[in-house]
Design a protein around this ligand. Structure first.
Ligand SMILES: Cc1ncc(COP(=O)(O)O)c(C=O)c1O
Ligand SMILES: [Zn+2]
Length: 406
């Protein structure tokens, strides 16, 4: 064995491997997860560190700090949402507002860790398959690392997301097809050309970045576990990583017992294969061939971690629910007009499911609830503009304008 802090372990057959540029098990083709040799960690370990997710360095899979590629992501606000809570009858509601990350989505967490690992592995190019947000997160971190970046995304995603990824200098390949088509092509090109595709052949390391969602929430709550967590789900990587993050905090004794938390998976109608399986009590996720939803960032018809999300829901007293396009748009406006947070449709999905869970009595009034808002509204204005009343331009005339200000 090489002396490193981390190794890889097959999620299925538990076979161990040395850390390497590798993501599936040779024996059973199961996904590989990062396993740690944790040092002694106390709450003080992190208390005076930088205000980014790299404050949790010991719990992340990078061997040398010199390989960290940071654009300042993480330590986003955990907002006590009293106005929204009042409307929903919840006394302890928190919004984890990841729409304010440097590239304006939570994807800066997994992308930053994956690009840092690509640097540590000495790779010469990186890329991703994306529904929109990962494109910018990968391209921005690649720019900071000085690495070329190849983005594979379906051609129908929002304009602002394309503009953003192009601005960071990515080689942007708009695929005429679904996310699953883009993903398949990215996988083949990545393996064929030795490119580190962050969410495919770098996935074992990539998902580790999203654990910081648990570390930050626990620390911001004074090292406590929430009772209920509402998580928007596409591939399911983030929900799994959040569970792994809380478990590791228990392993290093920063949290007592995480087994009582409730994980709630939120998906949009039109692309809710995990919700469908959950409601049918099935262990198999049947892919959606042609996703149809305004929540384009969640339009992953064949979720890579779908089966594992179902396991996590069973393990953590969970539930899965979906909402339609109108409910998503209503929820975006509800969050904006109660808490002053403007989210994209994926965040609308979280808020809509939060609302449904509260109305159905699945959340107690005094539960500590954390709702993850993972992307910024400015990146996806197309859908919301359809329902907003556009201002009419008025002559700069005081009496005419005065008449409409009541
Ligand atoms: C804003 C936003 N939220 C949630 C998700 C879902 O994450 P995952 O694919 O890890 O389930 C995505 C995925 O692209 C996203 O862009
Ligand atoms: Zn295996």
């Amino acid at each position: 064995m090489i002396l490193t802090r981390t190794s890889l372990q097959c999620r299925e057959c538990k076979k161990d491997y040395d850390t390497a540029f590798k993501y599936v098990c040779d024996e059973c083709f199961g996904p590989l997860d990062v396993k740690y040799d944790f040092p002694v960690i106390t709450k003080d370990t992190f208390s005076n560190r930088e205000q980014t997710y790299w404050r949790y360095f010991e719990l992340l899979p990078i061997e040398s700090r010199s390989n960290i590629v940071s654009i300042g992501a993480g330590m986003t606000p955990l907002i006590k949402a009293d106005n929204l809570g009042k409307k929903l009858g919840l006394n302890n509601l928190y919004i984890k507002n990841d729409s304010v990350n440097p590239t304006f989505s939570f994807k800066d967490r997994p992308a930053g860790v994956a690009i840092s690992k690509a640097k540590e592995f000495g790779l010469s190019a990186v890329g991703c398959a994306s529904t929109g947000n990962l494109a910018s997160a990968t391209a921005a971190h690649a720019a900071k690392a000085g690495l070329p970046c190849h983005v594979f995304a379906p051609s129908n995603i929002e304009m602002a997301k394309i503009a953003q990824a192009l601005s960071y200098g990515a080689n942007y390949i708009a695929v005429d097809g679904t996310y699953d088509d883009a993903n398949r092509i990215a996988a083949q090109i990545g393996d064929g050309k030795g490119i580190g595709i962050v969410n495919i052949n770098m996935r074992s390391h990539y998902v580790e970045g999203s654990k910081t969602f648990s570390f930050e929430v626990a620390e911001q709550l004074g090292w406590q576990v929430p009772d209920q967590l509402i998580v928007p789900v596409g591939s399911g990587a983030m929900l799994n990583a959040i569970c792994k993050g809380f478990e590791e905090l228990q392993t290093v004794s920063l949290l007592d017992d995480v087994s009582n938390m409730h994980m709630i998976a939120a998906q949009p109608h039109g692309c809710a294969p995990i919700v469908d399986a959950f409601k049918k009590n099935s262990k198999e996720v049947i892919p959606v061939e042609n996703p149809d939803t305004i929540a384009k960032s969640l339009a992953i018809g064949d979720p890579g971690d779908g089966r594992y999300v179902l396991k996590r829901l069973a393990q953590y007293n969970g539930f899965a629910e979906e909402c339609n396009n109108k409910e998503i748009l209503d929820a975006i406006l509800l969050l904006a007009q109660t808490e002053g947070i403007f989210t994209e449709p994926a965040g609308g999905v979280s808020i809509s499911i939060l609302q449904k869970m509260a109305e159905q009595g699945k959340i107690d009034a005094n539960d500590k609830v954390v709702c993850y808002v993972t992307g910024n509204g400015l990146k996806a204005t197309e859908a919301i503009m359809e329902v907003l009343k556009k201002p009419t331009t008025m002559k700069a005339d005081i009496s005419e304008i005065s008449a409409v200000v009541n």
